[in-house]
Design a protein around this ligand. Sequence first.
Ligand SMILES: C=C(O[C@@H]1C=C(C(=O)O)C=C[C@H]1O)C(=O)O
Length: 436
Amino acid sequence: MKTHTPVESQRWVAGMTPLAVVDPLAGADVLGVPTVYWERPLAQDAAAGWGEAAVVEAQDASDIPDVLASLGRVQVRWLGEAPESMPGPWFGGIRFGDSGTVDTAWASHGVTRWTLPEVLVFRTARGACVVAFAQEGRGGEDLVRSRLERVRACFPESYRHARGEPVALELRASRLDFEVRVQRALDAIASGHLQKVVLARPLDAEGPAPFDVVDVLARLREQNPRCATFLFRAPDDTCFLGATPETLCRVDGQVLETEALAGTAAPGQADGLRGHDKNVREHASVVRYLVTALTPLAEQVSSDAEPALLALKNVVHLRTGFRAELRPGVTPAQVVEALHPTPAVGGTPRERALSFLVEHEGLDRGWYAGPVGWVGPGRAHLMVALRSARVKGAKARLFVGVGLVAGSNADSEWRETEMKSLAMLRALGGGDVVRR
Ligand SMILES: C=C(O[C@@H]1C=C(C(=O)O)C=C[C@H]1O)C(=O)O
């Protein structure tokens, strides 16, 4: 079932069965590579979806707000008890935005794509269960019951570790090309046209055999427990996956949480980060933007008094947490529209920075740096898709970006992109990264 327009007229029937499992990813051994995957190890949340009971796509970027709004109005009739704190039920993402370069390998992910899985296995701190969805109508209830039974009967109880041996990756990237683009950005900053722009570059990696994306997911979550590990697999098996530290928005009723995450140091050099002028300016532009963007939507916006350090395996970031009480009637769809893209992945002034990227970045970001996650009635959790790659067969294209402000230099920005690429490279290669 595929819907290319909002889903108001459709109704869904669903059922739920508790499961004695600890790890939704373990289902890959019997059900194959999940269609969608989402896990935040520290929060003990994990969800894996198989099949597509429905897909909502947009033909054009101008339809994205309608698509998002329609996801929040999904109508589900539960056979028996409804599960508590179910993520989704729609899982998907949105392109970063306009691009001056078209990469057809992104075609199957489209402008935006949201999946209602046929079966969704999820775990929270309270336990695990499987949920099945089918379209309301003749046979819908039977389909739900048989899907639940099939999963209940076969789902492994064990935890799924990465099993493959480390493999050597062939890496391709152009440092010269990146440095030329950084220089153009620094010229635009020096002339006063821009204050900040986040420039990204691709890094192509090839393995000796098709990547085992389930193993890659297992490594991503083990190596990046503070991040959200995600996978969105399109029908042609193009996978977009990663482990991102950056929350775009978490909405639960009227409560909104978001964050400014910008400013980066190597793990050994984190001490000076909070006093480092360039990083402080990079960070402050995001903080100012969030306050301005949230004010029309919220009764009250509060934030941490000053940035804290968020220490990840390969980098340390400056982070300022935000919490807001949304005005009555404000939906997750409106929050996404107001926030994305923040200057953590675009720049300042916003429109000029985005035009600069269309003209000079020379890269189709696709879903990289766009919102990814889940949406449901009155609730949503969307992350910014960083530390990510598009994978098909034995080929992966990684995306890494850096915030440039006055005082940035091409050499240290290149090194920062190298550090940021390690999260994905270590998961793809399964071992330490040797660059030649
Ligand atoms: C653009 C990326 O990361 C963003 C840029 C950062 C920076 O320049 O300091 C830090 C965190 C992210 O907001 C990326 O990881 O690709």
